[in-house]
Design a binder for this molecule. Sequence first.
Ligand code: NAD
Length: 483
Amino acid sequence: MVNTETMNVASLIDGKVDARSGAAQPVTNPSTGDVIAHVSYATAAEVDRAVRAAHEAFLTWRDVPVVDRVQPLYRFKDLLDKHHAELSHTLSTENGKTLDDAKAEVRRAIQMVEVACGMPSLMMGESLENVARGIDCHTIRQPLGVVAGITPFNFPSMVPMWMYPFAIACGNTFVLKPSEKVPLSPARAAELFHDAGLPPGVLNVVHGDKAAVDALLLHPLVKAVSFVGSTPVAKYIYSTAAAQGKRVQALGGAKNHLVVMPDANIEKSVEAIMSSAFGAAGERCLAGSVLVPVGAVAEPLLTALMARCRGMKVGPATEPGVDMGPLVTAAHRDRVAGYIEKGVAEGAKPLCDGREGAGGDGFYLGPTVFDHVDPSMTIAREEIFGPVLSVMRVKTLDEAIALVNTSPFGNTTTIYTSDGKSAREFCSRIEVGMVGVNMAVAAPMAFFPFTGWKASFFGDLHAHGKDAVWFYTEQKTIMTRWF
Ligand code: NAD
């Protein structure tokens, strides 16, 4: 699927590269601005071929015993381990996150496969003898059919693995539509899965934009849709696919608050805040984007934070010693710079401005910290998805909790404190789905669900963990009586 000489990326349908793809679009290396590949956007006819191939494969894959279904997954995990360095380099090159960050992402992706290998235990049903005299009852879990996955640019290695290893181990077949900005990592992983002996048609990959997505959402043979991306698109996916009678989980955008109590360990908190706000150039759905110092902690906290910001090295993602790489595209860099401009125009006070010294051919911005941000300002309300941290000072924990709870988003939040009571109070009262205590990024591991709330999630069952098993299976309850 990935031709490494010309770096042309095309769809993978029924185990083969599909030569009838639509127009090819450039893929850039955000560190240099160079075009590194071309990706063919799938036409509706191509998406139809992919779904039909997946449907055909489903008719036999669903009957393969689960202990046999997970064997290609074990071999896939082994190949991913062997190719860890190569996969991390590809990811860093096409996405712009640093090599260390890319390595960590590929590790997280591999953990998804490891957990999905446990499917024989995970998809067991329940049973109860003698629910009435001489009658037994048990439940079984069965696969749904063809599942479509639509993924964002910021975790091209990990987010597809939130989906297809679980779906496929459950007995479904899959059509993945990765982000058109970063098609190389998902294409290479799919290739390795086939090298591991996955039968043709079980995993298909189509590339492209809205046209390919719409063809999936409206296809009658697609039974379920997993989506991860921005909130407006998540809402559209959720409503469109649900109106077609499909099962949907749609993970959206975020605006994450980091609350710092007066009793917090400043040094360790600043370490975590730097990683949360500026790791992966702020292009994480769990990135901290609003810093909420409580009471007198604001001054020492901001002094320590600014010292760290001044020392940050921004540069090419694959270069050793770089703290922060570029943003994913020139358009996204300009969008984030537009938010900085708006912040200044609306009266927030920049303690550092990432636009200064952000030169070169790559799509760079340095860290930006705004102090005295007001809840009415655009930068306080909207997801920026870049290295911009807004400081909103409050006087008490109650005020901090109220501020976080007014956000329309509910992906993650963290409290920094050395007081157990404050932490407990915060965890209990906060209306957010993933909560950290003294954490940098409270990202649940593969065996726990990824539980965003409010405008950060549309659906019932979340990604990975046991939720993934429930999402990708239908329950059947069987009652038996023998005469
Ligand atoms: P995006 O919404 O622009 O794109 C996501 C996917 O949807 C891509 O595959 C894209 O091709 C497709 N798409 C884009 N516009 C579409 C449209 N109008 N109709 C149909 N499909 C469309 O998101 P992105 O910029 O790739 O990723 C960043 C966003 O993803 C951020 O908002 C971030 O918070 C979010 N995100 C959320 C989570 C989470 O777990 N909640 C995880 C990662 C990223």
